[in-house]
Design a protein around this ligand. Structure first.
Ligand code: EPU
Length: 333
């Protein structure tokens, strides 16, 4: 058994049968040929293990970034094991702009397309030129964005292609003409800043995130634990009548996204603690390990949170974090 504590950001004391480090494409192919269960991790920043994993864990470690340009755009190719935030910061400081809103999202570049990472009005798919992956036969396939079926924290890599492919590289297209996206609440104050530079936006985002999202090196967590639920119009109407300040956002198709953080907060759970796990007191959407939490503490806490939100608002929460039991992915219920 090998300890998984250093390889996932909840910092739980769990193990796996084996761990392989994937440093080149051949390692990815050998990993795919391992019998199931197996699980590929980047930084392990979006997983919760509920017990020891009876299978092989692959840790993506491939490295390399290439940049080329044409008249209109920079084209960036990053190996799957590159750290996402390092890439975002390094590009921004080199004068290659566009990714600032996605700064400080934990994880690797290869993990970015899997759940189509997003923050502050931008998501990975806005910049994706291609995603490259290998299959167990060793064939390298390059997918165009449309083939990946990107959605809100979703892609085919998380759906039907799971376990069949390993993402080896991503391609990003960053237009040279920079157009900052500043519509999201905490960014609006920048709309009036004259001569705003990409680096200013990057630093602003880093500051906001540092204030609201705990550093996993200090307090174990996996970012937002739940997805923001999407509700239909009658449900949104009912919420608005009872809670006129509910921050619901229209998706333009008759449905509305309601911030799970707001629901959890208004259910009175911000700062709630269960054994050594708790609801983070600065952002209710994040569940934390205060040190020494058992996987069961986090599962119980998550169920309690989802249950209270359902009882109070009639809205079901679904985890954003992927939950893994002994032999594979499981649901919270
Ligand atoms: N809110 C509260 N109380 C809280 C937290 C939030 O009332 O404790 C309210 C806020 O006041 C705001 C609304 O809920 O009106 C939304 O909150 P916030 O701006 O913090 O964003 P979020 O919806 O909670 C999402 C993403 C984050 C991303 C931020 C910024 C999901 C599941 N989460 O959070 O992504 O950083 O927006 O774009 O979509 C992640 O995926 O791990 C992640 C951190």
């Amino acid at each position: 058994m090998e300890k998984l504590k250093p390889y996932h950001t909840f910092g739980l004391d769990v193990s796996a049968d084996g761990i392989s480090f994937l440093e080149k494409t051949e390692d990815c192919i050998s990993f795919l040929r391992h019998r199931n269960p197996k699980l590929l991790l980047g930084c392990g920043s979006d997983v919760l293990f509920t017990e020891n994993f009876s299978g092989q864990i692959g840790i993506m470690r491939t490295a390399g970034v290439d940049i080329c340009e044409d008249q209109e755009c920079y084209h960036v190719r990053a190996s799957a094991g590159e750290i996402w935030h390092k890439l975002v910061a390094s590009l921004t400081y080199q004068g290659i702009a566009g990714l600032e809103n996605l700064a400080l999202i934990p994880g690797t570049c290869g993990a970015a397309p899997v759940q189509n990472i997003g923050a502050y009005g931008r998501e990975f798919s806005d910049f994706c030129e291609y995603v490259e992956a290998v299959d167990a036969s060793g064939s390298v396939v390059r997918f165009a964005p449309a083939e990946c079926a990107f959605g809100y924290r979703f892609s085919r890599f998380k759906g039907e292609w799971r376990d069949r492919l390993v993402i080896t590289a991503i391609g990003l297209r960053l237009p040279k003409r920079w157009k900052p996206v500043l519509d999201y609440g905490p960014l609006r104050s920048l709309q009036t800043v004259s001569d705003l530079k990409p680096v200013d936006l990057l630093e602003h985002i880093v500051e906001i995130r540092r204030a609201r999202i705990p550093d996993p090196a200090v307090l174990g967590n996996a970012g937002s634990f739940f997805q923001n639920p999407v509700v239909d119009e009658p449900c949104c109407q009912r919420l608005r009548e009872e809670f006129p300040d509910v921050p619901a956002f229209s998706l333009g198709n008759g449905s509305f996204k309601v911030p799970a953080g707001w629901l959890i907060d208004r259910a009175g759970l911000k700062g709630f603690r269960y054994h050594n796990a708790g609801v983070y007191d600065k952002q209710a959407l994040i569940l934390v390990n205060y040190g020494g939490a058992e996987p069961a503490d986090l599962m119980e806490l998550a169920r309690h949170v989802a249950g209270c939100v359902y009882d109070r608002f009639g809205v079901r929460l679904h985890p954003e974090v992927r939950i893994f039991g002994k032999t594979g992915e499981i649901s919270l219920d």
